[in-house]
Write a protein that binds this ligand. Structure first.
Ligand code: ZN
Length: 167
């Protein structure tokens, strides 16, 4: 990498540290020619391939903008959205892939969004999983109910017995 000040093709690393919870490394470099310092950031490359076939760098703010509409009127804070976007990025990076289709990003969002808010999840899922009928909604709601009951079973063993709606 060229020195941004004098274009000298060599530089020396004077300090490197983890950034963004370990998903990036920030290096402080010094140019041996002009003596000035600059910073580089190293991350694994992660591109999102849009429907048009064009790739763009993964962006947490795009994830947040994508789910914000589904969260309208719901008790979801900006912090919740930021944490969701971080979880989405971590899940995708953990797969080790350098590229991911925009549509698949939407599918990855479904997991953390379901934990965050069921209504927002259903709104978002109806778009990303292309719900076409009431049956699709019914199936998704039945799955949510089933999971909620499984959770309740685990949580209420011993403690208070929760009332269950008969199916
Ligand atoms: Zn220089």
């Amino acid at each position: 990498m060229y020195c941004p000040f004098c274009r000298n093709p060599d530089s020396r690393v004077v300090d490197s540290r983890m950034a963004d919870d370990g998903s990036a490394i920030r290096r402080r470099r010094q140019c041996p020619e002009c003596g000035r310092r600059f910073t580089t950031v190293e991350t694994t490359s992660l591109s999102v391939i849009k429907r048009s076939g064009v790739g763009e760098p993964f962006s947490r703010s795009k994830v947040i903008n994508g789910v914000r509409k589904a969260c309208q009127g719901r008790p979801v804070s900006e912090d919740d959205l930021a944490m969701l976007a971080q979880e989405v990025e971590e899940q995708i990076r953990a797969s080790g892939a350098a590229e991911i289709d925009a549509h698949e990003v939407g599918l990855v969002i479904l997991g953390p969004l379901q934990k965050l808010d069921k209504v927002a999840y259903l709104r978002f899922a109806s778009v990303y999983q292309a719900f076409e009928s009431l049956e699709d909604f019914e199936t998704a709601i039945a799955l949510l109910r089933h999971e909620a009951e499984e959770d309740a079973k685990g949580a209420s063993s011993g403690a208070k017995s929760s009332e269950k709606t008969p199916l």
